[in-house]
Design a protein around this ligand. Structure first.
Ligand SMILES: Nc1ncnc2c1ncn2[C@@H]1O[C@H](COP(=O)(O)OP(=O)(O)OP(=O)(O)O)[C@@H](O)[C@H]1O
Length: 613
């Protein structure tokens, strides 16, 4: 009997029903056998699979009948380019009663761009070589009347030789004639790479269910600019720790610092190309991806020795997400209020504080300018836009606490944009000239008590000179920045010991405890101490003190060389620079400032650096 049983063919045990995102090793999907998962994307799980001794990447939809994956397959079939991942096959996997589409692609061995840059510390020229390939890959896509719509470091893989970049994940892509799948105002994509025009559209049509933004090649070029900026500088063009509404305001109204200014090792010609990609108006960007590729090729071939230096030294921050602070800010009303103040200060006409209530109350129609401020007319065009944007943000602040996503946060899954319902109206609202601020007294506690007694005239005397004159940026604008300088001994070690990289920063204030009002404070050159109010790491607790010196130039710069920890009182050497809320170096001199009496807003941050530039 046993012999008989042994001779009979054994019935194959039925495969356990499994979820498409958890296929075990050895499970078959069509003729492909699962080796291991490679990762989970927005609409599917990617497995390393094997067939006839060769490896492939198989993307299996998470939802049965997923049309987006089907569309990704169609798009990949259209585009044949060495810089775009190749499609090998497509099919449907039956899991239980459902059928899940899958795509089989070439398996690309390599690292996503930012991770590759972090590990290999390439030169600007090496990075540019990859950016050129990304631009050519986009050109191939655009030639097919298609758009990627999610260009970012995480959607690229750099092959192990470091010379080839492959554009991946066309799951958010679209092409002419494709069946519309987007039910939101914005298509899927990544918020940090969202173009200003897409934001403007979303703002305008937030409450129109039938409005769907049609991304163009210019959106891909903007996203390429964001990717280039980040891989070259280690930062996004706009600080991603900002809550979403504020981030949108920054992207819509601010010009980013050039990549060279943000990170002086980025060659200027390269930074200029990246800057053009980040232009607010799509028509100001390059007309085609091939133009970007050609511009990069030209700049790289003409570039000198500065192109052969890695933008980052070993001790410097590797490109990595900058979202560390935002998590702590989530759901923290005090933190939001603080950030609100910062942005409001940054964008409002500076002569008067605008509370949320006032902003709301004044949103529909604001009175016209007073004659007293007429001679500041030339500044008002910009200010009108900026204040109006702040009004939009004020409205949004009352309804939203969402924050900007990092690389992998997709938009289509997010609720409508922050200023839903406000439309574009606030951007067109006329605006009044706010009153001049109350003059802080020299003994005012808002004047940094730790910067020592000031010899400046009282501000009440300074102010009348400024009223009616465009004081901001007068003679002070000609003063040079302080020269580059090495860090004090042991500072880089402190940075590492505390768990930071160059480029990380702590939020800090010149006035401590934080006052309730938002008036600027008087500062003087020389010794200064700031207090840490928010740190991404526990190693530097709240109220730790960072001491250094202030320098007056076109802005107020600060270099800090010692850190006294609030817990334990230990004092350590550090190398840090003063930055504002948008992580621009230095604090803006407020218009009330004179050569002798300089006013700044008291909040900003201190950024770890590996050299004072
Ligand atoms: N052809 C491939 N070869 C090697 N790895 C791949 C391939 N395709 C995808 N991967 C890896 O699988 C993971 C998931 O990829 P997928 O494209 O689905 O989503 P994602 O880009 O991570 O996320 P999202 O779709 O949300 O943007 C990523 O880590 C990606 O690098």
């Amino acid at each position: 009997m046993d012999l008989l049983r042994a001779l009979l063919p054994r019935a194959k045990p039925p495969e356990e029903p499994t979820s498409p995102d958890a296929l075990p090793q050895g499970r078959r999907v069509g003729p492909w056998r699962v080796v291991r998962p490679l990762g989970q994307g927005g609409n599917g799980t990617v497995y390393l699979v094997r067939r006839w001794g060769r490896h492939y990447a198989l993307k299996l939809a998470t939802c049965p009948g997923d049309l987006r994956l089907v569309r990704e397959g169609k798009l990949l079939k259209r585009v044949k380019h060495p810089g775009v991942v190749k499609l090998r096959a497509a099919g449907q996997w039956t899991g239980g009663a459902e059928r899940f589409p899958y795509l089989v692609m070439e398996y690309v061995e390599g690292l996503p761009l930012y991770e590759w840059a972090r590990q290999t510390r390439p030169t600007a020229r090496q990075i540019t070589r990859l950016l050129i390939q990304a631009a050519w890959a986009l050109e191939a896509l655009h030639q097919q009347h298609a758009v990627h719509r999610d260009v970012k470091g995480g959607n690229t893989l750099v092959r192990p030789d470091g010379k080839q970049l492959v554009l991946m994940d066309l799951g958010a892509g679209d092409y002419e004639g494709a069946t519309p799948l987007t039910s939101h105002v914005l298509p899927p994509g990544t918020e940090v790479s969202l173009s200003p025009e897409a934001m403007a559209f979303a703002r305008l049509h937030a409450t129109t269910p039938e409005a769907h933004y049609k991304a163009s090649p210019a959106d891909d070029l903007y996203a390429l600019g964001v990717m280039a900026y980040r891989v070259l500088t280690g930062h996004y063009p706009f600080a991603v720790h900002l809550p979403r509404d504020m981030f949108w305001l920054a992207v819509s109204t601010q010009s980013p610092r050039s990549a060279h200014e943000a990170h002086p090792r980025v060659p200027e010609t390269l930074a200029a190309i990246v800057h053009r990609l980040l232009a607010k108006q799509p028509e100001e960007r390059h007309a085609h991806a091939r133009e970007v590729a050609e511009a990069l090729e030209k700049a790289s071939s003409e570039g000198g020795a500065e192109w052969d230096r890695p933008p980052f030294d070993a001790e410097e921050k590797a490109p990595k997400p900058q979202g560390v602070l935002r998590r702590r800010r989530a759901g923290n009303p005090r933190g939001r209020a603080w950030m609100w103040q910062q942005l409001q200060k940054k964008h409002r006409p500076r002569e008067g504080a605008l509370s949320r209530e006032k902003a709301l109350a004044s949103a529909p129609a604001l009175p016209s300018r007073t004659s007293r401020h007429r001679n500041r007319k030339k500044h008002w065009g910009v200010r009108v836009l900026v204040l109006a944007a702040a009004v939009g943000v004020a409205l949004a602040l009352l309804t939203t606490t969402r924050q900007v996503g990092e690389d992998d946060q997709e938009i289509a899954r997010a609720p409508p944009p922050p200023d839903a319902g406000t439309g574009a109206a606030p951007f067109q609202a006329p605006i009044s000239a706010p009153a001049a601020p109350a003059a802080p007294d020299q003994d005012d506690p808002r004047v940094n008590p730790l910067s020592g007694p000031s010899s400046h005239p009282k501000l009440s005397k300074v102010l009348p000179l400024c009223v009616g004159l465009a004081c901001a940026g007068s003679s002070q604008a000609t003063r040079p920045k302080p020269p580059p300088e090495e860090c004090p001994p042991g500072a880089l070690q402190t940075m590492r010991d505390l768990g930071f990289y160059a480029g990380d920063y702590l939020q800090a204030t010149l006035v401590f405890p934080l006052p309730d009002d938002t008036e600027p404070v008087l500062v003087k050159e020389g010794a200064v101490t700031v207090h840490v109010v928010q740190s991404p790491r526990r190693t530097v607790p709240f109220a730790s003190r960072v001491s250094g010196r202030l320098f007056f130039g076109d802005r107020v710069y600060g270099r800090f060389t010692s850190l006294t920890l609030a817990r334990g009182g230990q004092t350590l050497p550090v190398c840090m620079e003063l930055v504002d809320i948008l992580v621009s170096r230095g604090l803006e001199r407020q218009p009330e400032s004179t050569e002798a009496a300089v006013m700044v807003y008291y909040s900003g941050g201190v950024e770890f650096v590996s050299r004072f530039e």
